[in-house]
Design a protein around this ligand. Sequence first.
Ligand code: NAI
Length: 257
Amino acid sequence: MGTYAVTGAASGMGRAAAERLRGDGHTVIGVDLRDVEVIADLSTPAGRSAAAAEVLERAGRLDGAVCAAGLGGIPGRDGMVQQVNYFGVVDLLEAWRPALAAAGNSKVVVFGSNSTTLTPMVPESAVRALLDRNPAKALRVVGRFRGRSAPFAYASSKMAVTRWARRSAVSPQWAGAGIRVNVLAPGIIATPLLEEQIARGEKDAVEQLAVPIGGRGKPKDVGDWVAFMLSPAADFLCGSVIFLDGGSDAYFRTDDW
Ligand code: NAI
């Protein structure tokens, strides 16, 4: 049995993943703002380094990590969204890399989103600013788009984290050290995050998004996918982005292949 760090383990898909892993007999160290082993605020550098250190203290070596903590794109918190969704993944994984390498055959699941391919006109310079570790610029860029800054902050954070994951996945420091990094890109999943989006004015956007299979995804099913992506069956999976979205990405980008 393995030891896994799971961020966002107090709610939604992170919680479902943690429950599934525990049910399979693994040890889970949850990281979140409440109700988990490691209480930390991933929106600040100090919170991230404290969280990373406490997990390492508890774990020693890590068989895997699941980075599910995230915030939806709601007006008024663009900087927080970029901090949690991008740096809340990258800073922790960089800090945990030696512990993941020590396990020999470890696996990381990063939560992306199908907003990375479905949000039109996301400013590329915001994505690049995050990858360049320039959060002030990333925030400035999305702030120029009045009325669109919240979806742009969200999509830019998920595009940057997806690109970071794919770049890392194939590098000597990660693939070369036996660490598989992959991205799970959910679509509309019924979680508190989605409820918040709907309550805060995104109801139409959520309801009008084409979902060919219909309905909404269930957190438990996502937890099962995470467990699969951490299992030996995923030994040959590296740098992949798995869309779990009822067909929305395929619908809008059918021939984009
Ligand atoms: P959720 O809101 O149910 O869970 C997210 C967790 O992240 C919460 O427990 C929250 O406390 C934690 N979190 C937020 N800010 C934090 C901070 N500053 N420090 C520490 N923890 C923090 O959300 P859900 O839906 O389960 O989302 C999981 C991931 O999936 C997120 O990265 C989200 O962006 C992504 N996603 C969600 C979709 C959906 O439809 N629900 C669609 C596509 C992606």
